[in-house]
Design a protein. Structure first.
Length: 492
């Protein structure tokens, strides 16, 4: 997943942390473009805006802003317009052949955001998972084991805590809500702490969150699906086979994949499985290794640089250049800004607008759903992630990330309790009643804020452990012994 860096000589991570953690690139802008020009608007607005969008915390900042706007709007004198907007019906279809409807009714704008736009977000998640599995941390068993076990603890313990408070009946359907970790929020908050958190620990959090996403996707597919339609599932399976066949045949004509992706999405939509699963599947099917090596591009670009190329030569050079970069990376680079800076803020705006009043707060305080979600995210993530992590180290299965102490692990475990986006998403799948949805959302909002503050407080005063030297003649990163890893908690 990147070039070796000095930090890679210590701990479980061997990837380039900066490449892993940068949400969007901010390449230099050529002088002949508007952004690269000396025009006042480009200098005062354009380039500062691009720098903001390139930092790790930008996506989280926009999510917070969208959430605050939704809360203000839903509790303002104009609250009726908020609810009217997201309940506006959208009529989409092709005659009587194709129609987007929920239970015989047209999609509302809110459902369009959740069932259509969020597919792009989950497609990007699928791309990230595929990249991690093929070229990232998850491709090596030992490197993947620690964040995988941490994520397992961060899913099992919160779900058990939720069920203990929510009890039986309709409320029990929300057990999947506190299992999720919001990557954008969590990594964004951690990045604000700067070098107080070792880079390897940030990568650990990112990998943990990706494994967490895999678990959330499986939960959605297996437990929040009903009334399956075998015929539509069969058509979706045919679409998947078609994508696999084209990829193995090295067909690189993008419109064909888009067409099959739309067929897959509509098949899943009609089948009873949530449409986001179609996005994940398409992301996982994208090739994660380049089709061509760099020497092919060099041969094609040479005539263009020399000024000898015609239109066909330029097209060939462009194809060779693009195919030296994996499809997953190109699509992530293209869609991540759309997902992080447009779709997720719109999702937050559509789903975070709950009415906060004395009655709603009083109901939430005594609600098993609100308490279960809040404690599941804050306490469950803290206990589950840290306990499973430290136990794996104590048993000698893994070593802590370089420079990490027990206090760092506890702080990162608290940060994992920021479960905003996917938790809100699962809430809409778990409960049909608006009252129960609002109770869960209050728990999510409170827990995410508490988790961010608690994690920041724990990590703020943490001091990194000293690196442990590698053995003589060894090119492998040193593996700390279980005792050493757990006992390095001078700052706890």
């Amino acid at each position: 997943m990147g070039v070796k860096s000095p930090d890679d000589h210590y701990g479980f991570c061997r990837s380039d942390p900066e490449q892993v953690l940068t949400m969007t690139g901010t390449p230099p802008h050529p002088q002949h473009t508007w952004l690269g020009s000396d025009r006042p608007l480009a200098r005062a607005v354009g380039r500062p805006m691009m720098r903001f969008l390139g930092i790790e915390a930008a996506g989280g900042v926009l999510l917070i802003v969208a959430t605050m706007v939704a809360l203000f709007w839903a509790n303002s004198p104009w609250s009726a317009s908020y609810h009217d907007l997201w309940h506006t019906e959208i009529h989409m279809g092709i005659g009587d052949l194709v129609a987007l409807e929920h239970n015989g009714h047209p999609l509302t704008l809110g459902q369009f955001v959740n069932d259509v736009l969020m597919v792009i977000f989950f497609f990007v998640v699928g791309l990230e998972i595929k990249r991690e599995l093929v070229t990232g941390e998850l491709r090596r068993f030992r490197a993947a084991l620690l964040p995988a076990l941490a994520a397992l603890g961060g899913m099992v313990v919160p779900a058990l805590i939720y069920l203990a408070f929510a009890g039986d009946g309709e409320a029990s359907a929300g057990w999947g809500i506190p299992m999720a970790t919001d990557i954008a929020f969590a990594v964004g908050v951690v990045s604000l702490l700067g070098n107080r958190v070792p880079t390897t620990l940030k990568v650990f959090l990112l990998t943990l969150a990706i494994v967490d996403d895999i678990g959330a996707i499986l939960v959605i597919a297996l437990f929040y699906t009903s009334n399956l339609e075998p015929g539509w599932l069969f058509l979706g399976g045919v679409s998947i086979i078609g994508v696999i066949a084209m990829a193995r045949s090295r067909i690189r004509y993008a419109p064909l994949y888009v067409a099959l992706g739309i067929v897959l999405w509509y098949s899943v939509f009609m089948s009873g499985v949530h449409t986001t699963i179609a996005g994940v599947i398409m992301g996982l099917l994208a090739p994660a290794v380049p089709l061509l090596q760099g020497d092919h591009a060099s041969e094609s670009v040479g005539p263009v640089i020399a000024g000898e190329g015609d239109v066909a030569t330029v097209k060939l050079a462009k194809f060779h250049l693009s195919e030296t970069v994996p499809v997953t990376e190109r699509l992530e680079n293209l869609l991540h800004p759309v997902s992080a800076f447009l779709i997720l803020p719109v999702f937050a705006l559509a789903n975070a607008g709950i009415v906060i009043s004395g009655d709603s707060v009083g109901t939430a305080v005594s609600s098993g759903i609100s308490i279960g979600v809040a404690l599941g995210l804050v306490l469950g993530k803290l206990v589950g992630v840290s306990a499973f992590t430290l136990l794996a180290v104590r048993l000698g299965l893994c070593s802590l990330p370089a420079g990490a102490t027990t206090r760092h692990v506890v702080g990162i475990s608290a940060m994992a309790g920021i479960g905003f986006t996917v938790s809100l998403f699962i809430t809409g799948l778990a409960f049909d009643t608006p009252v129960l949805q609002d109770e869960a959302k209050i728990g999510i909002l409170v827990a995410s804020a508490v988790a961010a503050l608690l994690g920041s407080a724990i990590l703020y005063g943490a001091r990194p452990a000293g690196p442990q030297p590698a053995g003589p003649g060894s090119n492998e990163p040193p593996v700390a012994t279980p005792v050493d890893s757990v006992s390095i908690d001078r700052d706890l």
